[in-house]
Design a protein around this ligand. Structure first.
Ligand code: A2P
Length: 315
């Protein structure tokens, strides 16, 4: 469990829902709740919040779980970064999820688009951060807390530099940075900074997101689930490679949100919380770091976009 500033507790292991298709996500959520998952990671742009909302509502009305015991995160899309657009966007997500409040709402990317654009195809569909400062979006996020629509706010895909920038003028400091994180991209500096500042970190794509659409997959990507070091550690611990990857994230004090829609893998991933990795296991994994991003943000840096890999990641 990760403890928030007001004492709220977030289960460190959550279920990711990116790439979980309508038609399969309903059953996945119902199954996950039966297994014991209580933390669900959602986003407007995953285009499945309505179905997730139905599954949550049905599980609550069937008496399997109460709203109080759930931790629901969602994320603000990039076309509604203007302060006045944040609350209406959040209300839309709440209507889809059939909830009265979120536990955590995140700015999905430190990138802005023209309103109504889901994925820009030309440079002019982006708005630069000079024209849509992150501080303005953050003020909208604070409005959402003050309106009682979300209990906590945070960000996703933010660098240390951008966290410092929004924290400087914030009334409510960010409490979460959700970033890609796994043994090939350990981001130890970011984790240390966040933990020193009282900001939690959630590791997304902890298994390397092998089910990404081919258009956002690199050629000859390394596999985490079949990595020889991870395979060896899995053999030593008599568990699966997925479980090693999930437990490694938990052992570092981060939250982790592996996605699955398969009942067997949902259970296997949940049970990863019970595995304990030795110092040698951790050291072997720590030696794997090579700052490799599966999601390098190439779709945000097309010709004419004000965003570059350098100004997106600040590295
Ligand atoms: P599925 O949904 O069929 O289980 P990430 O969380 O890094 O985005 O990775 C999600 C991908 O990993 C999905 O393709 C998911 O498939 C697969 N997956 C989830 N859990 C496991 C596991 N324990 N072992 C192997 N593959 C897994």
């Amino acid at each position: 469990m990760l403890s928030f500033r007001n004492g709220d507790m977030m289960p460190a292991l959550g279920l990711g829902t990116w790439k979980s298709r309508p038609g399969e996500v309903y059953d996945a959520i119902r199954e996950a709740i039966k297994i014991g998952y209580r933390h669900f990671d959602c986003a407007f742009i995953y285009e499945n919040e309505k179905e997730i909302g139905q599954a949550l509502t049905d599980a609550i009305s069937d008496g399997e779980v109460s709203r109080n015991d759930l931790w629901i995160t969602s994320k603000l899309w990039c076309d509604v970064h203007a302060r006045a657009d944040v609350i209406p966007a959040l209300k839309g997500t709440l209507a889809d999820l059939k909830l009265e409040y979120l536990d955590l709402y995140l700015i999905h990317w430190p990138i802005a688009f023209q309103k109504g654009i889901k994925y820009p195809r030309i440079g002019s569909e982006f708005i630069s951060l000079d024209d849509m400062p992150l501080e303005e979006t953050w003020a909208g996020m604070e409005d959402a807390v003050n309106a009682g629509l979300t209990r906590h706010i945070g960000v996703s895909n933010f660098s240390i530099k951008k966290l410092k920038q929004i924290s400087a003028s914030a009334t409510i400091k960010p409490e979460m940075d959700q970033v890609e994180m796994h043994p090939l991209l350990q981001q130890s500096k970011l984790v240390s900074f966040c933990h020193a500042e009282g900001i939690h970190v959630t590791a997304y794509s902890p298994l390397g997101s092998p089910d990404r659409h081919p258009s956002i997959k690199g050629k000859d990507e390394p596999s985490l689930l079949e990595h020889p070091v991870i395979t060896k550690i899995a053999e030593r611990n008599n568990c699966s490679t997925g479980q090693v990857l999930i437990q490694w994230a938990m052992a570092r004090g981060t939250a982790v949100i592996p996605k699955s829609v398969n009942p067997g893998r949902l259970k296997q991933n949940f049970d990863a919380a019970g595995i304990s990795l030795s110092d040698k296991d951790m050291a072997d994994i720590n030696a794997m770091d090579r700052h490799f991003r599966y999601l390098e943000g190439g779709i945000w840096t097309i010709e004419g976009s004000p965003y570059t890999k350098a100004n997106l990641w600040d590295e």
